[in-house]
Write a protein that binds this ligand. Structure first.
Ligand code: AMP
Length: 209
């Protein structure tokens, strides 16, 4: 299955994707993680993307579309994939329709106030992409990634004013994708406020896994 996870930044797409990888037997592809890795390694792509990411703005379509196309052409995506953070604009969705057949767009519904509370407590591992929350999902050892042992950090774009900008961007540019996939009969929506285990259950039911 080729699945898209839709939702505001902080809605829980990355966490849900990590659970669905096993259940679906396909990899998850996070454009945010690919871009953060590029920033960390100071590649040409990373230098181009950094200014947008730090400001909570979207990286231009032509940059992310090429990057995503290259990623899903790799062999591990041939039996399906879970997209986390792509598409984020209508032109990205149109480009995706030209390169792959999408089966379902699953929207995680979470109100802005809940998102704001979540994001200020978020900690991420820049090495392997695992995410934690100081209250809801703490690592076993404070500040250390359970998966790879690297240091956990607060993303620059999780600062409260940047979070508000990202939510604005989400409502203006990404939320219209619900209409786009709704018109194609591919949209499913689930409540994303109830904690990860409940969210996984809702997703499993909605996707009939
Ligand atoms: P995320 O981890 O998905 O929240 O992404 C972090 C940041 O990376 C976003 O705020 C954007 O600046 C950038 N980004 C990730 N995915 C995309 C995308 N599909 N289109 C444009 N920018 C993106």
């Amino acid at each position: 299955m080729n699945l898209i996870l839709l939702g505001a930044p902080g809605a829980g797409k990355g966490t849900l994707a990590a659970y669905l990888i096993d259940k679906m037997g396909v990899p998850s592809v996070s454009t945010g993680n690919i871009l953060r890795e590029a920033v960390k390694n100071e590649t040409k792509l990373g230098r181009e993307a950094k200014q947008y990411m730090d400001a909570g703005k979207l990286v231009p379509d032509e940059v992310v579309i090429g990057m995503l196309e290259e990623r899903i052409a790799q062999s591990d995506c041939q039996n399906g994939f879970i997209l986390d953070g792509f598409p984020r604009t209508i032109p990205q969705a149109e480009a995706l329709d030209r390169i792959a057949k999408i089966d379902c767009a699953l929207s995680l519904e979470v109100p802005d106030e809940v998102i704001e509370g979540r994001m200020t407590g978020r900690r991420v591992c820049l090495k392997c992409g695992a995410t934690y929350h100081v209250q809801n999902m703490p690592p076993k050892k404070e500040g250390v990634c359970d998966v790879c042992g690297d240091e956990l950090v607060i993303r620059k774009d999780d600062a409260i004013d940047v979070v508000r900008d990202r939510l604005k961007t989400f409502h203006a540019q990404t939320e219209p994708l619900k209409g786009y996939y709704g018109d194609q009969g591919k949209l499913k929506s689930i409540d994303g406020t109830q904690g990860i285990h409940q969210t996984v259950q809702f997703a499993v039911q909605a996707l009939e896994l």
